[in-house]
Design a protein around this ligand. Structure first.
Ligand SMILES: [Zn+2]
Length: 439
């Protein structure tokens, strides 16, 4: 999500002569400088001592996967729409590959770099994968048994959802958050899609021509539909926050699971993030409503029971034009602090996510994970609905219709046979009658 740059127009009582003078000065200064912005606001460039380039980051992740084939695997999805092509890499972590399909595993889907300018998020993806592969370790003392936690999980990491947008940022458009053809990927989902607030700015929030018009969003939806995660985290920067649904209205969902979600975020904030984060619904806390977001879709449509948006860093003192500084730490101390704190927060989330489901499971008596008959069984009502939304109930209906059609055909065939037999009997007896008459 991140803070949107707000453009305000101030109306001042100026005479036409003054206005003419101002225009003349602006024109002259742009002639002298070549660029009217360059002398006004210092723009911080990408710090390449700290940050990987897009290519280097994806290469590093690929070699990490090759070094740990027993734990990590990688897939690349590509699709296109009207000549616009997008490619998304997904890394899957599973500690023991032979029991990856075990239904009792907690399935977690994480996406980083959905907005191009939020480079720090993709660095966090690399850090988390490095810790999962045990090449790096959590810096702070981790209060829980990490191996025990990791045995219970399957994690899918999308380290850079918006590769084409990132290309534009690295080419110099440091404020670009949209994809390679100007669509905000966090407004392109179907929940409350296309609704525009009064301060709507197409530079920031263009939702696309329709829900799922963008290849990147289509790929993410496909990954979610096949994986059916229990936890979803959309990782952004621009502020420090732990958001839960909803983004398109300023309330959180009702009921126990929602209360548990909030409690879990509050714990995370207190124990790992020094209470620095805003906690609550995206729409209620961030200061604006966001329509067509991934997290609202994951919660409402894909029925992912724990759906979050985490905002991991923001510099509110930076000028709104100084985007690299606004969305990313620029010095090594802050850079390391952000990666250390947030990787610890994520591993705590992995652990708390498991505990949360265990607590809510009616058969879980606190004696441990082996008592989880299946997470899917526990979430029965929730996932049944999810299955119908994904069309599985339709498949059952389809099968039923096919059976009826087969029986109908059999019925028709047997009727025709009976008719045939009946007719042939009549014609035989008819012939007997005729022959008798000819005699
Ligand atoms: Zn963002």
């Amino acid at each position: 999500m991140g803070l949107r740059r707000r453009r305000r127009l101030y109306s001042l009582p100026v005479s036409p002569l003054v206005l003419f003078g101002v225009v003349l000065i602006v024109l002259c200064s742009s002639f002298v400088n070549g660029n009217s912005n360059s002398t006004q606001i210092p723009i911080t460039p990408i710090n390449h001592d700290l940050y990987h380039t897009r290519g280097a980051l994806l290469e590093e992740i690929e070699s990490l996967v090759h070094r740990h084939p027993s734990k990590l695997s990688m897939e690349t999805f590509s699709t296109q729409n009207k000549g616009y092509h997008a490619e998304t890499t997904v890394v899957t972590y599973c500690r023991n590959k032979k029991d990856c399909d075990d239904r009792s595993k907690l399935k977690i889907l994480l996406s980083f770099g959905q907005h191009g300018r939020e480079l720090i998020t993709t660095e966090l993806a690399l850090r988390i994968l490095s810790i999962l592969s045990e090449e790096e370790f959590l810096s702070s003392a981790y209060p829980l048994n990490l191996n025990n936690t990791l045995d219970r999980l399957v994690i899918k990491v999308v380290p850079m959802e918006n590769v084409n947008g990132r290309k534009l940022v690295e080419a110099g458009d440091l404020c670009e958050r949209r994809n390679g053809r100007g669509v905000d990927l966090n407004r392109n989902w179907s929940v409350d899609w296309g609704k525009k607030e009064k301060d709507y700015d197409p530079y920031e929030e263009n939702p696309g021509s329709a829900p799922f018009s963008e290849p990147e969003t289509q790929i993410m939806r496909k990954i979610c539909a096949s994986f059916e995660p229990h936890v979803w985290v959309n990782v952004h920067s621009g502020m420090e926050a732990l958001f839960m649904p909803y983004d398109h209205k300023n309330t959180t969902p009702e009921g126990l699971p929602s209360q548990r979600m909030r409690l879990m975020l509050e714990k995370l904030n207190r124990f790992q993030l020094n209470d620095r984060c805003l906690v609550g619904s995206g729409g209620g806390s961030v200061g604006y409503l966001a329509h067509g977001t991934a997290t609202d879709y994951m919660y409402d449509i894909a029925r992912v029971p724990m759906s979050f948006t985490f905002e991991i860093y923001g510099d509110s003192t930076a000028s709104s034009k100084d985007c690299f500084k606004m969305f990313n730490p620029t010095d090594i101390t802050t850079f390391n602090r952000v990666l250390n704190d947030w990787s610890a927060a994520f591993f705590t989330l992995f652990s708390l996510g498991g505990v949360q489901i265990e607590e809510l499971h009616p058969n879980a008596t606190g004696s441990g994970f082996e008592k989880w008959v299946s997470i899917d069984d526990y979430l029965n009502g929730y996932l049944m609905e999810r299955k119908s939304r994904y069309g599985k109930k339709m498949e059952v209906l389809e099968l039923g219709m096919q059976e009826i059609r087969t029986y109908f055909r059999l019925f028709l065939l047997s009727s025709v046979l009976l008719m045939f037999m009946f007719c042939s009997r009549i014609s035989k007896s008819g012939r007997q009658i005729v022959s008798a008459m000819s005699l």
